[in-house]
Design a protein around this ligand. Structure first.
Ligand code: ATP
Length: 656
């Protein structure tokens, strides 16, 4: 199975069967992973480690997996790392007896808190030796640190961090710091961890069972990997999947772990299209359907009786965002409204919908009535994210359901959209001003699509979603940006440009009227493979004075001591850098290659990155995590689509 000599046996760190896995074994694997860029080698290093853990200390597999993906629990539980730089610096200074000024200087020179921690640790006199760190102990401590809230939580967090630092040796402080920061940066993607998990389960299973030929083993690994990916897209929850894998192997896990109401699945996403003709090229003679693309916020609505509840217990309702965040406290009005649209024979469901801002019909002084209508997304974005009370609600919300993923105990993902839609319509009914189905039409010609698009835009929508309707390509594909869903936005078609979701990583001090705020900002896209933010443009347009003040108030507390090691900014030189927390949607008139910015550098041109021309601020995207911002690959697609400006011929930009 293991053929790559470069991937060492990773047996330097030994431990006894049944004992906790030493954290040194994990950090040693991290060192090896960081030293290579070859995905197969990385996969092998990790698989070997997981195999040893399964054989010696299987109960430690779950914390080891979490530490590899740098998370603490499923996304929807909302417990996150990402401790601010200030606290981490203080903890290093206090924990190692160095003064804050020197530690800050060190950070400016090294640019990496992990390296600062290693350097500081070496300078620290060791009076007595703390017991060696173990994988479960580090995981537990990180979880406790992240969960600390309330009074004196900063100090308590610092106490926890100092404890970890004091017990860490060799390269350990580096990975502990990076875990705390929220970015491990060793080039280990979550999909690789999932594949290593599948491989290690198959290998250890095969060791116990009958001997397989190398070919049969490879086939088994490939099959197991696909099965595990499918399981995980339905139930993205390692707390459930890892124990099921250990107990029952891959096929047993498939049986046990199915879409479960209460556990959000990653939503299916759409590919952008530039022209109606592209839609017809894609779907050709296949059956497809067009739906209004509502301009609101994605809402995955779950209705279920929790497992273990007493017989006769009432079903509960939960609303999850595009990022699997629980939004039930943001939309208490939705939680109250939805039960009114459910048919009596429905006991449990998961549907996919868009929550929109809605204005009820208004009687006018002259006796006429202004019809009820959709309001723009901005009306919704003023809501707090949590603890919204009745008195805080100034805008009514209406839900438009467009897909049904689970009904009365059965997952429906394998069905085609035509069947799922039929069940959706049979299980719910429209409630005026509260709930409706996405308006749809099955078009066949360019003219029909154009006409339907015009109506959708007149109704206050962003454009259309065009979806495969029947057959195997029309199943629901969780977490995939699929060609079976295309989005046709009016902005794209009008040629006003492309919109991107970018992270604010830097600020430029304002001049003139903007003296007391930031006058412009440095934006970046996120490259998941390198876990780095790549600069895309400087933006100073699209802001009112009030907006600039609000942005200043949000961003000022996020100012950093110096640039983070994983901000790949090229020649851009903002006055200050920020923690990567804020995502903005911006519109760009055009894209070009640039020697200054680094987005997608090396993909299109060896020396230059891609930058936005004349970017304009559209809105804050607080429904998106920074790591969900536009990826370099997506920016590459946008520039490749540009008509060639040099030859005038229809085709790709010459420089690409
Ligand atoms: P993406 O989700 O593709 O990364 P995004 O969040 O910026 O990008 P859009 O590009 O605007 O979203 O398009 C997809 C989104 O459109 C969906 O996530 C969903 O929230 C919304 N939407 C509105 N109407 C529909 C519909 N009928 N079917 C599917 N999605 C819809």
């Amino acid at each position: 199975i293991f053929l790559k000599p470069e991937a060492s046996q990773n047996t330097k760190v030994k431990w006894e069967a049944g004992k906790p896995v030493p954290y040194a074994a994990l950090s040693h694997a991290f060192v090896e992973i960081e030293a290579t860029t070859k995905r197969l080698i990385i996969l092998e290093i990790l698989t070997k480690l997981f195999v040893r853990i399964i054989e010696l200390s299987p109960s430690n597999l779950l914390p080891a997996v979490y530490l590899c993906i740098n998370r603490l629990c499923p996304d929807y539980e909302g417990l996150e790392l990402g401790i601010g730089e200030g606290i981490l610096l203080k903890a290093i200074a206090q924990g190692t007896g160095r003064d804050m000024k020197t530690v800050k200087k060190d950070l400016e020179a090294k640019g990496d808190l992990g390296l600062v921690a290693i350097g500081s640790r070496q300078k620290q006199p060791t009076m007595f030796k703390a017991p060696a760190l173990t994988v479960p102990a580090v995981f537990k401590q990180l979880k406790e640190i992240a969960a600390m809230t309330g009074s004196k939580s900063q100090e308590r967090k610092m106490g926890g961090i100092k404890k970890l630092l004091a017990a860490s040796v060799d390269e350990e402080p580096k990975y502990i710091m990076r875990s705390l920061e929220g970015k491990l940066r060793i080039g280990l993607a979550e999909r690789t961890v999932l594949v290593a998990l599948a491989q290690s389960i198959v290998i250890t299973g095969a060791k116990k069972g009958k001997r397989l030929s190398p070919e049969a083993m490879s086939e088994e690994i490939a099959r197991g990997t696909e099965v595990l990916k499918a399981v995980f897209s339905e139930i993205p929850n390692y707390d459930m999947v890892v124990p099921a894998l250990l107990e029952s192997g891959i096929d047993g896990c498939r049986q046990k772990c199915k879409l479960t109401p209460g556990i959000p699945l990653k939503p299916m996403l759409a590919k952008p299209t530039k022209a109606i003709t592209e839609v017809l090229d894609r779907f050709e003679d296949k059956a497809f359907t067009c739906e209004y693309k509502y301009d609101g916020e994605r809402a995955q609505v779950h209705y279920f009786v929790p497992a273990g509840a007493q017989a006769g217990s009432k079903a509960q309702l939960a609303v999850f965002s595009r990022n699997s965040e629980n939004m039930s406290l943001k939309y208490p009005d939705l939680v109250e409204q939805v039960p009114r649209c459910i048919h009596a024979d429905v006991q449990s469901f998961v549907f996919d919908a868009e929550v929109t801002a809605w204005k009820k019909a208004e009687p006018q002084a002259d006796g006429s009535v202004l019809a009820a209508r959709l309001l723009p997304f901005q009306e919704l974005s003023r809501r707090k994210r949590k603890d919204v009370k009745a008195e805080d609600i100034t805008v009514k919300v209406k839900l438009f359901a467009f897909d049904l993923l689970y009904l009365n105990g059965q997952p429906l993902l394998h069905m085609d959209l035509a069947e799922r839609r039929k069940l959706l319509h049979a299980s719910f009914h429209a409630v005026p001003d509260e709930f409706d189905f996405a308006t749809s039409q099955d078009c066949t010609t360019t003219e029909e699509i154009q006409a339907f698009l015009d109506v959708s835009v007149q109704s206050g929508c962003e454009g259309l979603m065009v979806k495969m309707l029947q057959g195997r390509e029309a199943t629901y594909e969780p977490s995939r940006r699929s060609l079976n869903w295309l989005k046709l936005k009016k902005d794209y078609l009008a040629g006003t440009g492309d919109s991107l979701d970018l992270v604010v990583i830097g600020g430029y001090y304002g001049k003139g009227k903007r003296t007391n705020v930031y006058g412009a900002f440095l934006l970046a896209c996120y490259d998941a493979d390198s876990e780095s933010y790549q600069s895309v443009c400087k933006i100073g347009t699209g802001f009112t004075e009030e907006m600039l003040e609000a942005h200043y108030n949000t961003l000022k507390p996020l100012e950093l001591q110096s640039k983070k090691a994983y901000y790949d900014v090229g020649e851009a030189k903002p006055d200050v850098y920020f923690e990567s927390r804020v995502v903005w949607e911006v519109l760009t008139a055009d894209l070009s290659l640039s020697p200054v910015y680094t987005a997608a550098k090396g993909m299109c041109d060896a020396q230059r990155g891609i930058s936005l021309r004349f970017p304009r601020f559209l809105r804050i995207r607080d429904d998106k995590d920074p790591d969900d911002s536009t990826a370099p690959e997506q920016i590459l697609v946008l520039i490749e689509r540009k008509p060639c400006s040099v030859t005038g011929a229809a085709g790709f930009s010459l420089s690409c």
